[in-house]
Design a protein around this ligand. Structure first.
Ligand code: FAD
Length: 475
């Protein structure tokens, strides 16, 4: 019978899906998705992210049905039981091989190794592919054979590979197979323990590959070439807002790279500055995937630079709560945090500003912020989130130097000059002029209903620098 199973995980797409492509070339295909709250609980995933994935799974089921591929759901309440549950499923459906696209955090790698072993003992093959990356982790290495720790060197090496073998191109859309006598399972609209988000949030993130490709098309046609100039301005729609689709694998990095190249006469390193810059951001995602695959301690939420484990972080629950709820008294930080709570997404410049504020001005452990972001982001992703937090906290690979602390007020003046973004999220500051909006007056003229700053920016900056200077030197 030679039946093949495609085990879908963070690759919820039919197009450019190497696992699906290979399986279809080998025999009749069934697809499955493991529906277990544990897979989301282990990463503290946001309810809006789980909802987004379920909606995308529903849309994918329709696409798979058009290819005559049934989608089965595997119920596995206990994560450690997955190898035996998968084996049982394979035996029940007479599967001879399982195809997946790699996931790189350490728990996922361990899970796959255990599944491969359990299946292998019964003669069922397990075939992983690097379908969500631009290049297989382990294939872009320093001359000494190590994983790059510096982004610019990583990108340079990746470009060298591309000069020789060309950029990776997306696989063609698969052809329908002959129908199988197997019915699909209905995808639930909710998973236990994860509340349904508001309809307003759901409407911001339409599900399915058609919606994702439409977003990509609109971005490349309308915003790509201005990306370099507009990407830091949160009041403008200057970035693609594709991260949630990339994290769920509704879109692949290859498809994004291909679209940007097509809009730039095939170039990736020159031509349109906007396109080149956007491709660089795609490569940041790739860089953190390679870091996660190469350094298991990242998945364990350990500091990338071990000496920074000794930073004397403050235990300040009230300050943490004020940051989480957007009540710090620093408008750009509060507007950012409220954008996160309302939309499940935050602009990249604001992620950097709010993360630096938490880790430097409030001197609170980056892991608190990392967890809060995961609990609220629709695009929560271990590799990118950990990378971003460790960059901001100066504990990570190629991170911001500890003495270069963002001043949130000057960041605000530069990137939201007329305060349009702040006004949108903090209507209580609407009456302030374009100067005062970045640093509201205190005392008699303080805007009502808005808190005074919970920290002095200048002295807290000095405190953070001192905390890093007190660390033992890296060996
Ligand atoms: P665009 O500007 O259009 O960029 C295109 C794509 O490139 C993004 O969709 C994303 O996949 C990738 N990308 C862009 N910048 C980065 C970056 N710095 N690191 C990694 N990939 C990048 N990104 C996530 O996908 N998930 C997260 O959980 C996440 N957490 C972050 C936490 C912090 C503290 C910081 C500083 C950054 C984080 N990022 C995260 C990276 C980045 O902020 C988002 O990818 C970006 O804001 C998504 O918006 P966009 O799709 O409009 O990006």
């Amino acid at each position: 019978m030679n039946r093949q199973l495609v085990w879908l995980r963070s690759d919820l797409r039919c197009a450019d899906n190497p696992a699906l492509h290979t399986a279809l070339a080998k025999g009749p295909v069934i697809a499955c998705f493991v529906l277990s709250p544990a897979q989301w609980q282990q990463h503290d995933d946001a309810a809006c992210k789980v909802d987004f994935w379920l909606r995308n799974l529903t849309a994918l089921q329709v696409e798979l049905a058009a290819l005559n591929i049934p989608l089965k759901l595997l119920d596995c309440p206990l994560w450690q039981d997955l190898p035996s549950a998968l084996l049982c499923f394979c035996q029940q459906h007479e599967i001879s091989a399982v195809h997946v696209n790699h996931e790189y955090p350490v728990n996922e790698q361990t899970r796959d190794a255990r599944c491969a072993e359990a299946l292998g003992q019964h003669g069922i093959g397990f075939y992983p592919q690097h379908g969500n990356a631009l290049a297989a982790p382990g294939s872009v290495l320093t001359n000494a054979g190590g994983v790059f720790k510096v982004f610019s060197q990583f990108r340079k090496c990746l470009f060298k590979h591309w000069e020789i073998s060309g950029t990776p191109t997306p696989l063609p859309y698969p052809q329908a197979q002959a129908p199988l006598p197997i019915s699909s399972d209905a995808v639930p609209s909710q998973v236990a323990g994860f509340a349904k988000p508001s309809q307003a949030l759901i409407d911001l993130w339409p599900a399915g590959s058609a919606a994702a490709h439409e977003r990509l098309r609109q971005f490349t046609e309308q915003h790509l070439h201005a990306y370099k100039d507009q990407r830091d301005l949160p009041a403008l729609p200057g970035t693609s807002q594709l991260s949630a689709y990339l994290v769920a694998g509704v879109l692949s990095l290859r498809q994004c790279l291909y679209s940007a190249q097509m809009a730039n006469q095939g170039h990736y390193a020159d031509g349109s500055a906007g396109a080149v810059h956007w491709i660089s951001e795609l490569i940041w995602r790739e860089f953190y995937l390679h870091i996660t695959a190469g350094y298991p301690r990242v998945s364990r939420h350990r500091a990338f630079r071990p000496e920074t484990e000794l930073v004397a972080w403050r235990d300040a629950p009230d300050d943490l709560a004020a940051w989480q709820q957007g009540r710090t008294g620093v408008p750009i930080v509060d507007a950012a945090m409220r954008q996160l709570l309302a939309t499940g997404w935050m602009h990249n410049r604001l992620r950097m500003i709010s993360a630096m504020f938490l880790t430097k001005n409030l001197l609170i452990d980056w892991r608190e912020g990392e967890r809060w972001f995961m609990q609220h982001l629709i695009d929560g992703d271990l590799a990118a989130n950990n990378g971003g937090w460790q960059w901001s906290a100066s504990t990570g690979t190629d991170a911001a130097p500890y003495f270069r602390v963002f001043n949130p007020v000057s960041q605000s003046q530069r990137n939201d000059p007329d305060g349009a973004f702040i006004r949108h999220w903090l209507p209580e500051l609407n009456s302030l002029d374009n100067k005062a909006i970045h640093q509201p007056p205190q005392g008699l003229f303080a805007p009502s209903g808005y808190p005074a700053p919970i920290v002095d920016l200048a002295s807290s900056r000095e405190r953070a620098i001192a905390a890093f200077q007190a660390l033992p030197k890296a060996s």
